[in-house]
Design a protein. Structure first.
Length: 499
């Protein structure tokens, strides 16, 4: 059996806790890999390694840091297919999705390569007689990242490249369900010249997470995952005096107005709801149809959804892969099997789907629920699977009110040809990321990613300017120097004594 171990101090460290977790191939159901689950002592060792490395890395030159990051970017680019294959093998998403994940992570590495301009300070001269005020941003020390299973390469790359570019050292606790991609990211960073201990990968479960949240040498924690866990991470780490950004779950809505291009809206709904098997926090899981367009829109969605090819992620013909675990597959299916009893019309039921030759895989087909009540489980919960809910409203105002009533505020979209309606929507909707005729409005790397309400706990969004500010803290210095002409008698600095 293959074993995935920790990466501490620039080398592989075998798990010593005696606890192991299974890593399953979602397409076959085979658990041919196990991952070490860290003890408290192993967490302490990883943090100690990062703390020791910070003594030099925190005062290293910007040119030294960016030089390593440029080499790292080149290595990641050269190993795209390898990293994507690791993602597919353990997560199950199709290879093209996995390649897209690596590409979006690379955007943040590229942002980190240009950190020199992002860390410039400010200077005000003569704020009073001979008094100047300057501000700088400095690193925090050891910071930690706790990342989810659905993007095992991209989300870690949303965190550690910026953190280390800012001068911090990093302890990454990736999902134990698909740990190999993050381990490979750390190995390539060492190959690029990153000093030992600057980036550490520690596998584990709640034991490891709780120790990181309370460890006195961890200055900040970044997290992406479900809302209940995000709330726990934020409360616990904050209570221990740490800076926290905890990104939670979502129920992303897409408002379709009567004037929308319905073919484009249907294409967008299918790709945004069912891409990556719906296992993404930016998936569109609720379409809100305004007026009489609902029936035609649903028909167009069905026409497209029925053509999606489901199969193993390493099959080039596959457009959607399996879900991460059998337990998660069964939970997603329960929302569909219980939908009719709660008032929804089940238009497509994917719960009985299997793939020939891969019968033990974690398969589920595409499901579509129409006329979904807002008090049903399928609408209220983040399903995190290929289930799309369609809700009907009579007016734009009713649709916005429905969407704003959701406790989540991650991403949202509107489909319309009317610029005035789109502008109103952008201002009136209560969500952190808005798409106008764009179904998945994930910002590019130099903007920041994050939601509102129960989709984010903490004051900073992730990556972009917010990410840089999260991984640094400001310092302001006020300086007064005497004029050299006022030097004590007997000291000649070459300045005329003229006052």
């Amino acid at each position: 059996m293959k074993t995935v171990n920790h990466w501490i101090g620039g080398r592989t460290v075998e798990g010593a806790s005696g606890n192991w977790g299974p890593v399953t191939d979602p397409a076959t159901g085979d658990a041919g890999t196990r991952v070490a689950l860290a003890s408290v002592a192993e967490v302490d060792a990883a943090v100690a390694s990062a703390k020791a490395a910070y003594a030099k890395w925190g005062t290293s030159s910007l040119s030294a840091r960016t030089g390593i990051l440029f080499r790292y970017r080149a290595l990641l680019d050269a190993h795209r297919d390898e990293i994507a294959a690791l993602i597919t093998a353990e997560h199950g998403k199709v290879h093209s999705d996995a390649l897209g994940e690596v590409a979006r992570g690379l955007e943040i590495v590229e942002l980190a390569c240009g950190i020199t301009t992002q860390l410039k300070g400010e200077l005000s001269t003569e704020v009073a007689t001979r008094v100047d005020v300057s501000s700088i941003r400095q690193s925090l020390g050891v910071v930690a990242g706790i990342t989810p299973f659905n993007f095992p390469a991209m989300v870690p790359m949303w965190m550690f490249p910026l953190a280390i570019a800012c001068g911090n050292t990093f302890v990454l606790k990736p999902s134990e369900k698909d740990p190999s991609a993050s381990l490979r990211l750390a190995q390539l960073a060492t190959e690029a010249g990153l000093p030992d201990g600057v980036l550490n990968v520690l596998h584990g479960d709640k034991v490891a997470v709780d120790r990181l949240l309370e460890h006195p040498d961890v200055a900040a924690v970044s997290f992406v995952g479900s809302t209940p866990i995000a709330r726990h991470i934020h409360a616990t780490a904050s209570a221990n005096g740490k800076r926290v950004q905890a990104l939670g779950g979502a129920k992303n809505h897409m408002l379709v107005l009567p004037d929308a291009d319905l073919d484009a809206a249907a294409d967008a709904a299918v790709s945004a709801a069912y891409g990556s098997a719906g296992e993404r926090c930016m998936a569109i899981s609720a379409v809100v149809a305004v007026g009489a367009v609902g029936d035609e829109l649903v028909a167009k969605i069905v026409e497209r959804a029925e053509k999606i090819k489901i199969g193993p992620g390493n099959d080039p013909a596959s457009e959607m892969g399996p879900l991460i675990t059998a337990a998660h597959r069964d939970k997603v299916a329960s929302y569909v099997t219980g939908a009719a009893a709660q008032g929804s019309k089940v238009v497509l039921d994917g719960t009985g789907h299997t793939v020939e030759g891969f019968e033990n895989g974690h398969w589920i087909g595409l499901s579509l629920l129409d006329h979904v009540p807002t008090d049903s489980d399928a609408y209220r919960d983040e399903i995190f699977g290929p289930v799309l809910c369609v809700l009907r409203v009579d007016t734009y105002e009713e649709g916005v009110a429905l969407m704003n009533a959701s406790p989540f505020g991650n991403g949202t979209a509107i489909f319309t040809r009317d610029g005035g309606a789109a502008r109103r929507f952008q201002l009136e909707i209560e969500a952190g990321m808005v798409g106008v005729n764009v179904p998945i409005p994930v910002p590019v790397g130099y903007h920041s990613f994050g939601g509102w309400k129960d989709s984010l706990f903490g004051d900073h969004h992730i990556y972009g300017t917010d990410g840089i500010h999260f991984y640094t803290r400001g310092k302001v210095t006020t300086t007064r120097w005497p004029d050299p002409a006022d030097a004590p008698s007997g000291v000649d600095l070459g300045f005329p004594r003229n006052h």
